[in-house]
Design a binder for this molecule. Structure first.
Ligand code: COA
Ligand code: AMP
Length: 247
C-alpha cells in the first residue's frame, strides 16, 4: 500500500513551501512530520494531504542525466536554450525567443507568475492551457530511495533543490512532455534548466537577474498528446529508482 503525502505552506496567502513524497504505510508518520517541519521560513497556513494510492506507483529505473552549463551573461544562456531547442527538437526560435522573454517576466497574462506550467505546442507555439491564467501542476512523483539519491547528488556537488526538480522533470518527460524549460521564482536562485529525453536535464546559470521574483515552467507538448500527457502529470504516480550515471 502506497500513500501520497503533499504539503503546502503559505504566509498571508503567498506560497512559501511545497513538497511531496510517495511512501509505504510504515513510513507515513515519519514523513508527515518531516514535511510538516519542512518550511524553512515563517508560515501561517499549512495543508498536509495524505492520499492512499489506488494502485502501486510505476517504478522507472533512471532519472534524466544531469549536466550544468555556466554562461558569462543571461543573454548567452537564453541563446543557448533557444539554439538547443531548435537543433535538437526543431522548435523554432520565433516560438522560443518571445516565450523565454515572457518566462523571465512571469507567464501569467494577468501579470506575475503562473502557479503551474504553461503548455505550448512545439510545432505552432500555440498555448494549450484550457485557461492560460491557470498553470498545470505536476504531482505524484518521488525517488524510491530519496536519501540515497540525495547523498549521491550532494557528493556530485548538486543541491537538494536539484533532487526535487530533477524528479519533477523526469516525470514530465515520462508523461510525454517533449521539452521543459524552468526558471525558479526564488529571487535568490538564478539557475534554471532545460530538460528533454534527448538532452537530459541541463542546469543553466545565470538564467535571470538576482533579486527577480519572476519564474515559471514551460512544457512543450504536442496537441495530439495533450490529453494523455495532462492525465499522466496529474494522476499517474511515479517512483524513480536511481540517478542516471551520465553527466
Ligand atoms: N506557487 C503558487 N501556488 C502554488 C504552488 C506554488 N509553487 N504550489 C501549489 N500552489 C497552489 C496551487 O496552484 C493550488 O491553487 P488553487 O487552489 O488556487 O488551484 C493550491 O496551491 C493547491 O495545489 P495542489 O497541487 O492542488 O495541492 P496539493 O496539496 O495536492 O499539492 C504541492 C501541493 C505543492 C505538493 C504540489 O502541487 C506540488 O507542487 N508538488 C511538487 C513539489 C515539488 O517537488 N516541486 C519541485 C519544484 S523544484
Ligand atoms: P520553483 O522551481 O519552485 O521556483 O517554481 C518555479 C515555477 O514553476 C513556479 O512559479 C510555478 O510557475 C512552476 N511550478 C512550481 N511547482 C510546479 C509543479 N509542481 N508543476 C508545474 N509547475 C510548477
Amino acid at each position: 500500500m502506497f500513500y501520497s503525502v503533499r504539503m503546502r505552506a503559505t504566509l498571508e496567502g503567498k506560497h512559501v513551501s511545497g513538497q511531496e513524497r510517495i511512501v509505504k504505510k510504515e513510513d507515513l508518520e515519519r514523513v508527515i512530520l518531516e514535511l510538516h517541519r519542512r518550511p524553512k521560513g515563517d508560515w501561517d497556513f499549512q495543508t498536509l494531504k495524505v492520499e492512499r494510492l489506488k494502485e502501486p506507483p510505476e517504478v522507472i529505473e533512471k532519472s534524466l542525466s544531469v549536466r550544468s552549463y555556466k554562461f558569462s551573461c543571461i543573454p548567452l544562456a537564453v541563446n543557448f536554450i533557444v539554439g538547443i531547442l531548435e537543433t535538437e527538437h526543431g522548435i523554432g526560435r520565433e516560438i522560443t525567443k518571445p516565450l523565454l522573454a515572457k518566462l523571465q517576466k512571469g507567464l501569467n497574462p494577468e501579470g506575475g507568475n503562473l502557479k503551474g506550467a504553461l503548455i505550448v505546442d512545439p510545432k505552432t507555439g500555440e498555448v494549450l492551457n484550457e485557461d492560460p491564467t491557470e498553470g498545470v501542476r505536476t504531482i505524484l512523483f518521488d525517488w524510491l530511495d530519496r536519501e540515497g539519491v540525495r547523498d549521491e547528488l550532494l557528493k556530485r556537488g548538486y543541491t537538494e533543490r536539484t533532487l526535487d526538480a530533477l524528479a519533477l522533470a523526469t516525470k514530465n518527460i515520462y508523461c510525454g512532455v517533449e521539452a521543459e524549460v524552468c526558471i525558479s521564482d526564488d529571487p535568490d536562485y538564478t539557475t534554471g534548466y532545460v530538460a528533454s529525453e534527448r538532452l537530459g536535464y541541463i542546469r543553466i546559470s545565470p538564467i535571470k537577474e538576482k533579486g527577480s521574483p519572476f519564474g515559471g515552467r514551460i512544457y512543450f507538448v504536442r496537441r495530439e498528446k495533450l490529453e494523455e500527457t495532462l492525465r499522466c502529470l496529474r494522476k499517474k504516480a511515479l517512483l524513480i529508482r536511481e540517478l542516471s550515471t551520465l553527466g
